[in-house]
Write a protein that binds this ligand. Structure first.
Ligand SMILES: NC(=O)c1ccc[n+]([C@@H]2O[C@H](COP(=O)([O-])OP(=O)(O)OC[C@H]3O[C@@H](n4cnc5c(N)ncnc54)[C@H](O)[C@@H]3O)[C@@H](O)[C@H]2O)c1
Length: 268
């Protein structure tokens, strides 16, 4: 049996007027989350290192969406983004730390310099963004949310994912610790742990197509049901759970990591 991803009908604009900053929203999962938050009424800041891509997404979204170039590995760039959001909106209700890069390397080829360069983006980028935007989140009204996009690789180990998995594991426990620190202020902090999602990140090097189209992937994950729902996910599959964790319905959910992986992490 196969199941198909279809976009859920938009709900009743339950984020009307809230300011939401989504990093890495020019493409893939971030774009999917930004589209959903905008459909629910949020004014979304598409914050991405790809300025042109961010501009295109902001134009497509409308509803007061704006584009901003940011390199989450660069403290000056992150500070400039925070200043620009303060000048335009004066506050921020929702921060989605989504931007990251894939790294396929194990201990055999790893250098410390390379390892640190991946952590600088995939781990420290989210922490840098959180520290920079926290003053604006504190100025916001009800419904203040921080959502980190981790990975099932932050919950399990795999080969050739040393820096990526280490960074995602750190993001998982950053989420829990930050949730404890901000609970008294009513700021809810959670994370999603996506499985295999159909984005640019899932493309094999040298134009070899998508990983999930490879024969070995189809055999193990689809035919043999290692992914019980028997398909890779799509950004829209992440957008719904992301919306929930950014909504008022998540008011009593904090410090939690939700796998969104078609059931992959439920198997062995
Ligand atoms: N695709 C998957 O299978 C999968 C699985 C688990 C987790 N994730 C996570 O989901 C998130 C989104 O990944 P995706 O699959 O949509 O990837 P993607 O490559 O399609 O999108 C990543 C976005 O981040 C931006 N970006 C990269 N470096 C940046 C930087 N330094 N500063 C600002 N923006 C930067 C890119 O320009 C791009 O728009 C990532 O955190 C990724 O680790 C993805």
């Amino acid at each position: 049996m196969n199941t198909h991803a279809t976009a859920p009908a938009p709900l009743a604009r339950r984020l009307e007027g809230r300011v939401a900053v989504v990093t890495g929203a020019a493409h893939g999962i971030g774009r999917g989350i930004a589209e959903r938050l905008a459909a629910e009424g949020a004014h979304v800041v598409i914050a991405d290192i790809d300025e042109a891509g961010a501009g295109k997404v902001a134009a497509d979204l409308g509803n007061g969406a704006t584009a901003a170039r940011v390199d989450i590995a660069d403290p000056a760039s992150v500070a400039a983004l925070a200043n620009a959001i303060e000048a335009r909106h004066g506050r921020c209700e929702i921060l989605v730390n989504n931007a990251a890069i894939l790294d396929v390397a194990g201990i055999a080829t790893m250098t410390f310099t390379h390892y640190r360069s991946i952590l600088d983006i995939n781990q420290d980028g989210a922490i840098r963004m959180t520290l920079a935007l926290l003053p604006l989140i504190r100025k916001a009204g009800p419904g203040r949310r921080i959502l980190n996009i981790a990975s099932i690789q932050g919950l399990r180990g795999t080969r050739d994912s040393l820096a990526y998995a280490t960074a995602k594991g750190a993001l998982v426990n950053f989420t829990r610790a930050l949730a404890c620190d901000l609970a008294d202020e009513g700021i809810v902090v959670n994370a999603l742990a996506p499985g295999y999602i159909d984005t640019r990140m899932a493309q094999l090097p040298d134009g070899a197509g998508h990983e999930h189209d490879a024969a070995w992937f189809r055999d193990i994950y689809i035919e043999h049901g290692r992914i019980p729902l028997r398909r890779p996910g799509k950004p829209v599959d992440i957008a719904g759970p992301a919306f929930f964790l950014c909504s008022d319905d998540a008011r009593y959910v904090t410090g939690q990591i939700l796998p969104v992986d078609g059931g992959l992490s439920a198997t062995f």
